[in-house]
Design a protein around this ligand. Structure first.
Ligand code: IMP
Ligand code: MG
Length: 335
C-alpha cells in the first residue's frame, strides 16, 4: 500500500489563548498551499480575529480556512452548539457568501446541547465562557453525549475523517487551527481546575485522526505579555503598568467581552510550551503594545525581571530558543 503524501502544520497558543492565532493562521493560508484546514478542540469558547480586505472578522468554531476557500473541517475533538454554528455561518456569509461550500463537520464531533448551556447560565466558579463547554465534554466522556451525525441540519456537511484523510490518494496539506492555549489544557495546564475541558496540546490534535508522521511545523503564538480570563488571580493589582498594557492592548475577550487580566510574559510557561509541543516556530504578536507602553519585563519563577528594551526582549528569546524560527508581529494598523 502506497502511503499518501500528507503534511500537517499546527498553530497553537503558548499560554492562555487570545494571542492572535487567527492572524497567524490567515497569513499562513494566504502564503501556503493548504488543501485542508481543521479546528481540533473547543467550540464556542474560542474567538479568533483577523483582518480580511481591511475588515475585522471574528470566528468561533468555523476554521479560518473556510473564509479563504480551503476545505475546512470542524474536527472530532470539537464541541458544537448547533444554533451558534448557524449564527456564525450567517455572520461569515456577509464576507464570503459561498462559505458553506467550504465547511465540513466530522460526524463524530460532539454537540453542546441546550441542557449544557443551561448549566452555565449564572457565574461559574472558574469563570468559564459560559458556552456549555465543560458539561458537553463531561457528557462526551460519560458516553451520554450527542454526536454531530445525529443533527439533521448538519447532514449535508458531515464527513468521516477516516475517509477524508486515509482513503484517497491526492496529497494533503493540512493546517490545524488550535484553540485556547497550552496553559488551558485539561491535563497540562499548571492551574487545574482553572483551565478548559479539552486537550489543547499536540496530542489533542493527533487524536482528531491526524497521521502523527505528517507533522511538519508546530507554530506557537504568544504576545510579549500574558493575558488570562477567568477567576484565578493572575494580575498583580499593585502594578499600574499592567493596567496600562490592558488599555493600550484593548485586552477584552472577543467571545465574552470580559476584560482580560494581564501579567508580564511567563518565561517558564513559554519554555514548557516550546518543549512539550516540540515547536519549530514562534510568533510574538502585538509587539507594538509594549513599544507604546515602553516597559519590557518578563517573569521567571516568582520574580519579575527587567529586560529593558525591545532588543533586550528579542535577544532573550533568541538566546533561550536558538532552534526556533521567531517572527515578531505588530498590530495591523501599525504594519
Ligand atoms: P471554558 O472553556 O468556557 O469552559 O472556560 C474555561 C477557562 O478557559 C476560563 O478561564 C475561560 O476564560 C478560558 N477560555 C476558554 N476558551 C478560551 C479562549 O478561547 N481564549 C481565552 N480563554 C479561554
Ligand atoms: Mg480568543
Amino acid at each position: 500500500m502506497q502511503a499518501r503524501k500528507f503534511a500537517t502544520d499546527v498553530v497553537l497558543c503558548a499560554s492562555f489563548g487570545d494571542s492572535g492565532k487567527g492572524r497567524v493562521v490567515a497569513d499562513k493560508i494566504k502564503a501556503g498551499s493548504y488543501t485542508h484546514a481543521m479546528r481540533a478542540c473547543g467550540g464556542g469558547n474560542a474567538g479568533h480575529q483577523f483582518y480580511m480586505s481591511g475588515k475585522k472578522i471574528t470566528t468561533h468554531v468555523v476554521p479560518t480556512g473556510a473564509l479563504f476557500g480551503v476545505r475546512s473541517i470542524i474536527g472530532p475533538g470539537c464541541v458544537i452548539n448547533e444554533a451558534g454554528f448557524w449564527k456564525e455561518v450567517a455572520d461569515l456569509q456577509r464576507f464570503k457568501p459561498d462559505i458553506l461550500d467550504h465547511i465540513r463537520i466530522a460526524k463524530n464531533a460532539h454537540m453542546v446541547e441546550l441542557r449544557h448551556l443551561e448549566e452555565e447560565t449564572g457565574e461559574t466558579k472558574i469563570g468559564t465562557t459560559r458556552q456549555g463547554i465543560g458539561p458537553a465534554y463531561r457528557d462526551k466522556h460519560a458516553r451520554v453525549g450527542m454526536r454531530a451525525e445525529s443533527v439533521a441540519s448538519f447532514e449535508p456537511l458531515l464527513v468521516d475523517i477516516y475517509e477524508e484523510f486515509y482513503r484517497g490518494s491526492e496529497p494533503i496539506e493540512l493546517l490545524i487551527e488550535g484553540a485556547q492555549g497550552l496553559g488551558l489544557d485539561i491535563a497540562w495546564s499548571p492551574h487545574y481546575p482553572y483551565c478548559t475541558s479539552s486537550h489543547t496540546d499536540v496530542g489533542g490534535i493527533i487524536s482528531n485522526g491526524v497521521p502523527h508522521t505528517s507533522l511538519r511545523h508546530i507554530c506557537l503564538v504568544c504576545k510579549p505579555y500574558d493575558t488570562y480570563v477567568g477567576t484565578r488571580e493572575f494580575q498583580d493589582r499593585s502594578d499600574p503598568i499592567l493596567d496600562q498594557i490592558a488599555d493600550v492592548g484593548h485586552e477584552y475577550g472577543s467571545t465574552t467581552g470580559r476584560r482580560r487580566q494581564v501579567n508580564y510574559l511567563d518565561l517558564d510557561l513559554l519554555t514548557r510550551s516550546v518543549q512539550m509541543s516540540c515547536a519549530t516556530h514562534l510568533t510574538v504578536n502585538k509587539m507594538d503594545i509594549l513599544q507604546q507602553v515602553g516597559v519590557w519585563k518578563v517573569r521567571v519563577g516568582s520574580k519579575v525581571a527587567d529586560v529593558e528594551s525591545e532588543n533586550g526582549f528579542k535577544n532573550l528569546l533568541e538566546n533561550r530558543f536558538p532552534h526556533l524560527q521567531i517572527n515578531y508581529n505588530y498590530s495591523p494598523e501599525h504594519s
